[in-house]
Design a protein around this ligand. Structure first.
Ligand code: ZN
Length: 233
């Protein structure tokens, strides 16, 4: 039995049926299909496209400077379409799907609020932010802080140097491309002695995360762990 509060959404579904964000096939209608509350992904992706989400098997990795790295999915399959559509083309219909993916990975990987004091995002330089209009890592960090009930530190951590775009470099060049001086902690008191969970969208070599973690630790952070939506393996 549908609740009264769900009727406007059902009516919208009748007027404007929903389609899978990736393959555009029709999604099951809530009046004809009993919704599985645990599977909110079904509101955005068809079963076939959901199967193309490649879940990371290892639940954490260790990198120098970083205590733990949590990644939800392998960068490939559906994620290879979802992330660029969201990040570079700013397609607003992808934002709720990203939120669902973050929520599910936090529960699946058992990331605990008690292990951290605050959540942060890998910052963009001012010029990158102007070009892209939003920081995808900050969106992920904000979802993560919401789910875990932790404070989000949005300010006082900046990227001060523009570096060649990581995606345009080979693996060795990416490793050389980043050093802690790329990031700056403007107010060290905000991170001093804190256990920090820093978020980004995709981890490739981990050099960005390591440089950010080194900068935070130089500023006095106690522990730095990282969470990325996807990982290139
Ligand atoms: Zn589909």
């Amino acid at each position: 039995m549908n609740k009264l509060s769900e009727y406007p959404a059902i009516l919208l579904d009748i007027i404007s049926p929903r389609r899978c964000l990736l393959c555009s096939c029709h999604l099951c209608h809530p009046l004809t299909h009993k919704r599985n509350r645990q599977n909110a992904l079904g509101d955005y992706l068809c079963p076939f496209c959901q199967e193309q989400l490649d879940i990371c098997v290892a639940d954490s990795t260790e990198l120098s400077q970083i205590n733990k790295v949590f990644s939800g999915y392998r960068y490939g399959g559906a994620l290879e379409q979802i992330i660029p559509a969201w990040k570079y083309h700013g397609r607003s219909e992808f934002f709720p799907l990203i939120e669902v993916l973050i929520r599910q990975m936090i529960f699946r990987l058992k990331i605990l609020e008690s292990d951290f004091d605050l959540v942060m995002a890998i910052p963009l330089t001012k010029s990158s932010l102007r070009k892209r209009d939003f920081n995808q890592a900050l969106f992920i960090a904000s979802c993560c802080a919401n789910v875990l009930g932790l404070p989000l530190l949005k300010y006082h951590f900046t990227k001060v140097l523009d570096t060649p775009h990581q995606a345009s470099l080979d693996r060795d060049a990416r490793m050389r491309n980043l050093n802690p001086d790329v990031f700056k902690v403007a107010r060290k008191a905000c991170v001093k002695s804190r256990k920090i969970l820093i978020c980004d969208d995709v981890m490739t070599t981990g050099s960005t995360l390591r440089a950010a973690a080194a900068a935070l630790k130089n500023a006095g952070a106690n522990k730095v762990s990282a969470m990325t939506l996807a990982r290139v393996e």
